[in-house]
Design a protein around this ligand. Structure first.
Ligand code: B12
Length: 390
């Protein structure tokens, strides 16, 4: 089976009109397209970086607040400068983009502009017809571009049922073992993505030259579309020192995709100081990181509203995680949640750490504590590896 078409959608900077793109995203997904949604109020740089890292075939921009002629032209110019003009640009903006504007935009290289009254089906057919097949691409100019393409190769090999690591991954297991890979899991809505974004801010300021990779997952059924929306939540991770890739689970249960392990191995042997992997929102039975050596540190992010104390006995990850986070600890039930989870972890006698955070709050002391703990644990691990190899 061919891998789904992947496209990126976004709304330009200073524009909060996201209702059109939300509707269009859903229609694309319903027709088997994987949509990486970057959100609204996004700069040209953010859009181009994301398109290259996600290795999409096209960028769809929804623009209502004016300035579209210049904005679309700048996206095209930045793509060209980075050697990525194989990525196509299209979009719409109801009646705010006039027919004359659209003519000028097409002259500058925009594929097409959709006007008010166009049916959703017409737009989906356009995407399938024009972006359905991979395009010939020039040699990758940037290392991020090369990496992005290799990740696509791996995903496509799995989609075609050829389970094999890409030729560039010689030994996926050893590649993963030698790096700082942190796995985040937990139920949907617990705030994993926001927490990761806040940790990224701390990693970036702690190490002014460091680079981070994020492998983020959202659910999908095999052969169907998916909304890959974690980038829309990210603020600090919109940075050239962060390489982020969004993956759909493509029919695999448990929180990760069939291609995750090989993609992670590739990232782990690339030049990143930290690799963060985020699962989809998981259920009680999920053990996403059980596969040999897949991560160095596991963090389970919980919502204080998990139900009764009895529910805690059923969450397998409470036995396996190195660190458990009660996020949204400003909520009323958080204090009770902390006590109950503390008692539950006590039964394991593994010295698992429990931390309360409010990830949505800037400079949250709980997130600072979590960052210090993860960074400390990982550097101890690296130290241990060095000792062992002596
Ligand atoms: C809904 C709306 C809002 C909502 C937005 C809700 C939301 N979360 O999106 C609210 C009320 C919040 C709002 C606020 C504002 N709005 Co307003 N808003 C609209 C409105 C009524 C509809 C836009 C819309 O969503 N249409 C639905 C889509 C599905 O249909 P469509 O627009 O016809 O688009 C078609 C195609 O173009 C295509 N398409 C669109 N985008 C894309 C993208 C891709 C990739 C593809 C393939 C296709 C595609 O899809 C449709 C197919 O038929 C328009 C007026 C209008 N009738 O267009 C004004 C309008 C866009 N808003 C306007 C203004 C001025 C504002 C405010 C500045 C008002 C204020 N003073 O506060 C704020 C700014 C908000 C912000 N932060 O940016 C002006 C813009 C003027 C301009 N640029 O020249 C308009 C045109 C109203 C007007 N006549 O004055 N707005």
């Amino acid at each position: 089976m061919a891998a789904p078409i992947r496209i990126l959608t976004a709304v330009p900077i200073c524009d909060g009109h996201d209702s059109a793109i939300n509707t269009i995203n859903l229609e694309f997904i319903r027709h088997g397209i994987e949509v990486i949604y970057l959100g609204y109020h996004r700069s040209v740089g953010d859009i181009v970086r994301a398109a290259i890292q996600e290795d999409v075939r096209a960028i769809g921009i929804s623009s209502y607040n004016g300035g579209h002629v210049e904005f679309f032209a700048e996206v095209l110019s930045q793509l060209r400068k980075r050697g990525a003009n194989y990525i196509k640009v299209f979009g719409g903006g109801g009646g705010t983009i006039t027919h004359d504007d659209a003519v000028a935009m097409k002259r500058k290289g925009v594929d097409t502009i959709f006007f008010a009254g166009t049916s959703l089906m017409e737009m989906t057919d356009y995407v399938r017809k024009h972006y359905g097949k991979p395009r010939k691409r020039t040699a990758a100019k940037l290392s991020d571009m090369e990496l992005a393409r290799k990740l696509t190769e791996i995903e496509e090999a799995y989609a075609k049922g050829k389970r094999r690591p890409a030729k560039q991954i010689r030994n996926p297991q050893s590649a993963i073992r030698n790096s700082n890979v942190i796995g985040f899991t937990g139920p949907g809505g617990a705030g994993k993505t926001t927490l990761i974004d806040e940790l990224v801010l701390r990693f970036l300021s702690h190490d002014p030259k460091g680079r981070i990779a994020i492998l983020s997952h959202d659910p999908s059924v095999i052969g169907e579309g998916a909304l890959l929306g974690d980038r829309a939540t990210m603020i600090n991770s919109q940075d050239d020192r962060v390489f982020m890739r969004s993956m759909a689970t493509r029919g695999q249960a448990g929180g990760l995709s069939p291609a995750t392990h090989d993609c992670l191995a590739l990232l782990a042997q690339s030049n990143f100081d930290y690799v963060i992997i985020e699962t989809v929102g998981t259920g009680q039975e999920a053990m996403p990181f059980q596969q040999n050596g897949i991560v160095d540190e596991t963090v389970l992010v919980m919502n204080p509203d998990y139900g009764s104390r009895l529910q805690l006995q059923k969450i397998v990850m409470l036995d396996l995680a190195d660190i458990v986070v009660v996020n949204k600890s400003d909520l009323q039930r958080a204090r009770t949640a902390h006590t109950e989870i503390e008692q539950r972890l006590g039964q394991n006698r593994r010295g698992q750490r429990l931390i309360d955070t409010v990830a949505k709050r800037h400079r949250d002391p709980g997130v600072d504590q979590l960052f210090a703990l993860i960074a400390g644990n990982l550097s101890r691990r690296v130290g241990m590896t060095a000792d062992l190899s002596c």
